[in-house]
Design a protein around this ligand. Sequence first.
Ligand code: SLL
Length: 154
Amino acid sequence: NKRVRGVSVFRPFIFGTEAKPFEPEKKPANAPVDHTHQWRIFVKGVNDEDISYWLKKVQFKLHETYAQSVRTIEQPPFEVVETGWGEFEIQVKLYFVPESNEKPQTLWHSLKLHPYGPDAEGMRERREVVVSQNYEEIVFNEPVEPFYEILTGG
Ligand code: SLL
């Protein structure tokens, strides 16, 4: 497959996490007692643009205390919703469409699930969602021709 020489194509995306402490009265019945938050990790387009024309699947590697800690999401929304506690790093591996001939790329995101405030009283007042997300750009340097066509809508 011929590469398009001298050309770099950039594609923006957003990735990150959202975490919300449980309301005491609304803790999911199936959540283990030590879990404090519901959280979500995601990879998505800017303004929710569909990015599946270049992103084929995303593999999220959660902390090894999770059952089936490797979660592979094959179509949008590329996200995992879970509950948990403490803090840990999540590995996010991006797989591109087969036409791209590109190797997967790995990103990391650290998730911190700590109850707010020094005591339960403080926690009760602060139950907002914490969003930690990054704007990223992926650079495809000298893409192969079929992928260049896909990227540029040719
Ligand atoms: C910490 N080193 O102490 C970390 C460990 C553990 C995260 C965090 C639940 C997994 C499950 C979970 O959130 N594990 O039991 O489903 O901060």
